[in-house]
Design a protein around this ligand. Sequence first.
Ligand code: THG
Length: 265
Amino acid sequence: MIIIGEKINGSIPSVGKAIANRDSDFIKELARIQAEAKSDYIDCCASVQEEKEVETLRWLIDCIQEVTDLPICIDSPYPRVCVEAMEFCNKPGIINSVSMEGDKIDVIFPKIADTEWDCIALLCGDSGIPKTVDERMEIFGQIMEKADEYGIDPSRLYIDPLVVTLSTDKDALLTFVECCRRIKRDYPDIHITSGLSNISYGLPKRKHINKAFLVLAMEAGMDSAILDPTDPDMLGIIYATNALLKKDDYCLNYIRAYRAGVLGK
Ligand code: THG
């Protein structure tokens, strides 16, 4: 499981405040605890006005790189901002994200083609998140055509099939997992990722829904997630699910994680 630590995101009120006050100690601490909790990448989302975003990302990325060597996942809705922010990173990471909306993919794919950068691709286009599996898979086909055109190997792509809210759409999980199965059937080397929290919007005790979603999505082939790695239950569930899915011989990784103390008490 490839873990993208979600905590440096300006839409979280405490983080937004730290960004506004340029409180570098606060941001560095979030980077440090996520690195310690076994993240593979640190997501970095400024969540400020577009005009301020490049400068804010530069500051955030500098803070992160002062305390960890982990690669950055640049999280911005603006493709040109993503491209500029690549320059601030000491090593290749992940662009979060492209989709078939506007000219996003034609801005980002040529810039990463001859690099070691990976990229998250959302299965949506100009008319928002498609409702059906077939419509999302049509967008997936268009993304893979673009990847082929620009010479980007499927193993460099993280497909985000997109999670909608369960309380308003009872098919939210089923649509997601069916996309996962079809994508993995045709492209076994491609990665599948997602955020965990959209599924539980509007429901009490959201963590339960998020974790059940995580397990079912992993069974369908999701091999990455944007989540809070400092939650010991989250890591416990991931290690346990890997063992159950035959991805952990003799449960050695599960046992090691327990001994390392990352699964909590
Ligand atoms: N797909 C892609 N990128 C994404 C998302 C996605 N980026 C943003 C978002 N969704 C994922 N990131 C977050 C970051 C923080 C929270 C939710 C999603 C969040 N955090 C709370 C906190 O830290 O205080 C609570 C965490 C908790 O208790 O679980 O809400 O879907 N490609």
